[in-house]
Ligand binder design. Structure first.
Ligand code: FES
Length: 105
């Protein structure tokens, strides 16, 4: 599945997430800036925060309680905020678009 990361300046990073577990891994593997992922994907650092494009909010699902608690602490929360390490890659997410927060890390 192909995932598009949109930077605050409008730059787009389109990456192939095949064989990867999470959207965070896809960003890290392709050196997308702004996804530091300090905790390595355990959902405890919030440096992998993204805004899911509204059209994809349903497909990516909702944050669970633990993830939501972390999202309550991010600098720029939105209605579609997610921790990208908690978004599991699947073929259903081919074409997914997420936006990177302006300030992170
Ligand atoms: Fe730390 Fe996602 S990588 S919360």
């Amino acid at each position: 599945p192909m995932i598009t990361f949109v930077a605050p300046d409008g730059a787009e990073y389109v990456v192939d997430a095949r064989g990867l577990h999470s959207v965070m891994e896809a960003a890290r593997n392709h050196m997308v800036p702004g996804i530091d992922a300090d905790c390595g994907g355990s959902g405890s650092c919030a440096t992998c925060h993204v805004h899911v494009d509204a059209a994809w909010a349903q497909a990516t699902g909702a944050a669970d309680e633990m993830e939501q608690a972390m999202l309550d602490c991010v600098e720029e929360p939105s209605a579609t905020s997610r921790l990208s390490c908690q978004i599991r890659v699947s073929d259903a997410l081919d074409g997914l678009v997420v936006r990177l927060p302006a300030r992170q890390g």
